[in-house]
Design a protein around this ligand. Structure first.
Ligand code: SF4
Length: 150
């Protein structure tokens, strides 16, 4: 299901959440907001409270400490809402996938609609994920579970 099916006819306002990120992905999110990439041409706008947001843009591997706050942010976001995982960390835990301090990825805590892998993902990849959420392009990648080789 894409975002248009959820009645986001004109624009999606997003709230950025750092769930234990190293800031690499966060910098790339700022990058797509600059005039060079200009994500606002798709109607995407960064807002400063989850109560105004249609989507949560989450970076980081989701640490145990941040889990409760993340759930409160999700509850504070009005329905219908999208959760977008930006980076390899929220996609599957990244290099922290088996750390005692993290929860192995955002999908273990919240229902994720779009995964944008990469460490960090290029601005073009973030734009592709957004375009996918808007139903402008078909999905070409799927989430894969990490399997440890014995
Ligand atoms: S995916 Fe890479 S750049 Fe992004 S938060 Fe994780 S370690 Fe940092």
């Amino acid at each position: 299901m894409n975002a248009l099916d959820w009645c986001f006819k004109k624009s999606i306002w997003v709230y950025h959440v750092n769930a234990g990120s190293c800031n690499g992905c966060d910098i790339e999110i700022l990058n797509v907001l600059t005039p060079y990439y200009d994500v606002e041409r798709f109607g995407i706008r960064l807002v400063h409270t989850p109560r105004h947001a249609d989507a949560l843009l989450v970076t980081g591997p989701v640490t145990r400490q941040v889990k409760e706050r993340l759930l409160r942010l999700y509850e504070a976001t009005p329905d219908p809402k999208l959760v977008v995982a930006v980076g390899s960390c929220p996609t599957g835990g990244g290099i922290w996938h088996n750390s005692y301090a993290t929860l192995g990825g955002l999908g273990n805590v919240l229902p994720v609609a779009i995964y944008i892998p990469g460490c960090p993902p290029r601005p073009e990849a973030i734009l592709y994920g957004v375009a996918q959420a808007l139903g402008l392009v078909p999905q070409q990648v799927k989430k894969q579970e990490f399997v440890e080789v014995p």
